[in-house]
Design a protein around this ligand. Structure first.
Ligand code: ADP
Length: 187
């Protein structure tokens, strides 16, 4: 099972990915988590990524594509995986298609979490207070939402044309949304 969780920052992709993978027994691959771990470690990747992340800008395509290409070939991905936060640009989506083709893997579903802007801003500001993520400040949040509209939104049509898109309402309790995910992916 190979699934993409698509949606704006604050849509609940990460939370739902964790719930889903417990149920489905597959792994979650979050480019945001991988990048944050690299920043925390102070590795060359982290040093490169930090400036982009703090401003709410995207890390260059070539960097994240390289991360994903390596990660999905690891042993724990054999049973399947959920991509959370990747792809985020058309270039990343096309690169992913090529990687999957090369590895003889098949994309099953793209779950699109639909959440209105006002709710996203509220959630992200709330998360900023709870988790203290350095990119959850008003300026960066505004930037991330704009980048989502400019760069990531086109993926909705891209995957709709491939008949992979499964839109779900991202408003509601965690359990309700988990049920909607279950309804569209079948587990
Ligand atoms: P959010 O969805 O709330 O923005 P993420 O954890 O998914 O949080 O991403 C945090 C930051 O990491 C992004 O703002 C961006 O700088 C970087 N990032 C994560 N995934 C990608 C990606 N696929 N392409 C480019 N940059 C990424």
């Amino acid at each position: 099972m190979l699934i993409i969780f698509l949606g704006p920052p604050g849509a609940g992709k990460g939370t739902q990915a964790k719930i889903f993978l417990e149920r489905a027994g597959i792994v979650q691959i979050s480019t945001g988590d991988i990048l944050r771990a690299a920043v925390a470690k102070g590795s060359p990747l982290g040093t490169q990524a930090k400036g982009f992340m703090d401003k709410g800008e995207l890390v260059p395509d070539s960097v994240v594509i390289g991360i994903i290409e390596e990660r999905i070939q690891e042993e724990d991905c054999k049973k399947g995986f959920v991509l959370d936060g990747f792809p985020r640009t058309l270039e990343q989506a096309r690169a992913l298609d090529e990687i999957l083709l090369k590895l003889h893997l098949h994309l099953d579903h793209v779950v699109n979490f639909e959440v209105p802007d006002e709710e996203l801003v509220e959630r992200l500001l709330g998360r900023a207070q709870q988790e203290g993520r350095s990119d959850d400040n008003p300026e960066s949040i505004k930037n991330r939402l704009q980048i989502f509209k400019d760069k990531t939104q086109p993926l909705i049509q891209y995957y709709a044309e491939k008949k992979k898109l499964r839109p779900i309402d991202g408003l509601g309790s965690m359990a309700e949304i988990a049920d909607r995910v279950k309804a569209v992916v079948g587990i």
